[in-house]
Design a binder for this molecule. Structure first.
Ligand code: CP
Ligand code: NVA
Length: 307
């Protein structure tokens, strides 16, 4: 039995733990592709709590737990007592007495922190307003598969300084790479909200084209994240020039890859030419949520496994 650990933000794990997870993701993917059954989670239950919509996160956690030999239960705030004012601390006590691991997608980070403090089992952040660590885990695994180690490389983030951006910035500090960030005025990175130790691993650019120069990975996300829909109209105007296009990709490194966590809006944050073009690895990136999260669940429930 592993010691109780949670995965609430990227910096919760060390570089050495990520090296283990990337190797396990590779191995678990290899077993899956070879139709080799791997059921270390037999009789274990994952509870997934969603306060926001999802396609990939639900699918990858539910399929992943099933493939590991366990089962997954889906709860949302609409059809459970969670949406009717039951304290998150009470929900954590109850859910964690009936399950082996919990994944939560919610609003403020504080909600998941409170849940974790009252949980007897590991809690995984499946996206909050502040962070999306499971996505960056899969993104970096995808980069490694395509281009090798990420250490010393440059990742360019174009657009909103949202949960994805914050998590890339934490990953740069933990793993040792650089992030170029270009946001519209008024939407700049807030290092404290991003949970950064400093500003050494990122550089801010006013001009998105300049931010892309020499990048090994160019990435972006929706202009309006879930929970911020009321700002949509204002954001559509502010972000109009922060669309990743062929010109931006042409100044990046010749072998640069393009990533997007999805869902994407072609013609807004990225052109169809880029996301559907030869440098885009978005489908591998989406698939790798499955393999990376299987490695994550294995580590949190069973500790370091090698087979
Ligand atoms: N990228 C991602 O988390 O997708 P979903 O919102 O569909 O889960
Ligand atoms: N930044 C987006 C990511 C969706 C997967 C959001 O929070 O809505």
């Amino acid at each position: 039995m592993a010691e109780l650990r949670h995965y609430l933000q990227f910096k919760d794990f060390s570089r050495e733990e990520y090296d283990h997870l990337f190797e396990r993701a590779r191995r678990i993917k290899e077993k899956f592709k070879g139709y080799e059954p791997y059921h270390p989670m037999f009789d274990r239950t994952l509870v997934m709590i969603f306060e926001k919509a999802s396609t990939r996160t639900r699918l990858s956690f539910e399929a992943g737990m099933h493939q590991l030999g366990g089962s997954a239960i889906y709860l949302n705030t609409r059809d459970s007592q969670l949406g009717r004012g039951e304290p998150v601390e009470d929900a954590a006590q109850v859910v964690s007495r009936m399950s082996d691991i919990v994944m939560i997608r919610t609003f403020e980070q504080d909600i998941i922190e409170r849940f974790a403090s009252n949980s007897r089992v590991p809690v995984i952040n499946g996206l909050t307003n502040e962070y999306h660590p499971c996505q960056i885990l899969a993104d970096i695994f995808t980069f490694i598969e395509h281009r090798g180690p990420i250490q010393g490389k440059t990742v360019t983030w174009i657009g909103d300084s949202n949960n994805m951006c914050n998590t890339w910035l934490q990953a740069a500090e933990v793993l040792g790479f650089n992030v170029h960030v270009s946001t519209p005025p008024g939407y700049e990175v807030e290092p404290e909200r991003a949970g950064l130790y400093g500003t050494d691993h990122f550089e801010a650019f006013e001009d998105p084209l300049e931010a892309c120069r020499g990048a090994h990975l160019v990435t972006t996300d929706v202009w309006t994240s879930m929970g911020f829909e009321a700002e949509n109209e204002e954001r559509m105007k502010a972000f109009a020039d922060w669309c990743v296009d062929a010109e931006m990709m042409s100044v990046a490194a010749p072998d640069a890859v393009f990533m997007h966590c999805l869902p994407a809006h072609r013609g807004e944050e990225v052109t169809a030419e880029v996301i559907d073009g030869p440098q885009s690895v978005v489908w591998d990136e989406a698939e790798n949520r499955l393999h990376a999260q299987k490695a994550l669940m294995e580590y949190l429930v069973l500790g370091k496994v090698s087979n």
